[in-house]
Design a protein around this ligand. Sequence first.
Ligand SMILES: Cc1cc2nc3c(=O)[nH]c(=O)nc-3n(C[C@H](O)[C@H](O)[C@H](O)COP(=O)(O)O)c2cc1C
Length: 300
Amino acid sequence: MADLSVNVCGVTLKNPVIPASGTFGFGREFNELYDISCLGGVATKGLTLKPRLGNPVPRIAEGQSVILNAVGLQNPGVEAFLENDLAWLKQKTRVLANVAGSTIEDYAEICARLDGLVDFVELNISCPNVRCGGMAFGIRPETIEEVTRAAKKSLANTPLIVKLSPNVESIVLNAQAAERGGADCISLVNTFTGMVIDIEKRKPLLANTTGGVSGAGIKPIAVRMVYEASRAVHIPVIGMGGIRTAEDAVEFLMAGAAAVQVGTHNFTDTFACPKIIAGLNDWCDRHGVSHVSALTGALQ
Ligand SMILES: Cc1cc2nc3c(=O)[nH]c(=O)nc-3n(C[C@H](O)[C@H](O)[C@H](O)COP(=O)(O)O)c2cc1C
């Protein structure tokens, strides 16, 4: 049995596998099928100050080895999360509260509300689906630094993860901007902006026209970005993008990630995360690795 525990910003996770934001709700539905206390943590659906209904349907479309989503941050709002879900989720596993806003003040306010109550705040500055929303923050280094600084100011007691968009000119400059702004950790990648067309109707498949591309097909690009970002900063990195197997997770760890998130594959296999955790243990045993944390950045 390998030691699968990892330390991220001084917080111990029992293993490095975390379901990604927006693909796991707040964990309740999955917990009916397996005990989610086996997970390293849970990244919640993106929370906003006020409840949101999200975008019109259809808002999910399938591509080859990928899906596109334009859910548009449907969520019950931060107060409902605090009231109904946090206590339950906290006694199961580590909680990464994923948050989004349309102004710097929104981000600061929601962080202040969560400070000291969750294990991490994960700042979604990259959601490509909300008009006039998160996207603007996540593209340019200057705005990334500014929103990170504002969030960090509101978080005296909780480590801040800044989740980076891949739809950018330089992932390295953006990772460094988050670090300069005071991020304790970065996570990447969020979804790639894409589009699919129903050629019979001559219309986009998504009501929103464009959506975020995720799933197996994005993995090599995500691995490259995790590799580049992790070498450019001195803070831990959480990697994601297309992970389906323990071997995929090992790839991200070797590229420089301290932990990984699994998103889209939760939809194709409900038991994706526990299978990856078991697979990581087997992989470590087969390769004589006693601590999974030794794989972080172990690329030769
Ligand atoms: C349906 C759906 C909803 C998502 N919602 C969020 C969200 O609310 N906040 C966020 O930061 N990322 C969100 N994401 C992005 C994922 O957390 C993850 O970064 C991305 O899907 C890449 O990982 P994957 O290829 O394993 O899915 C969402 C992804 C999907 C597919």
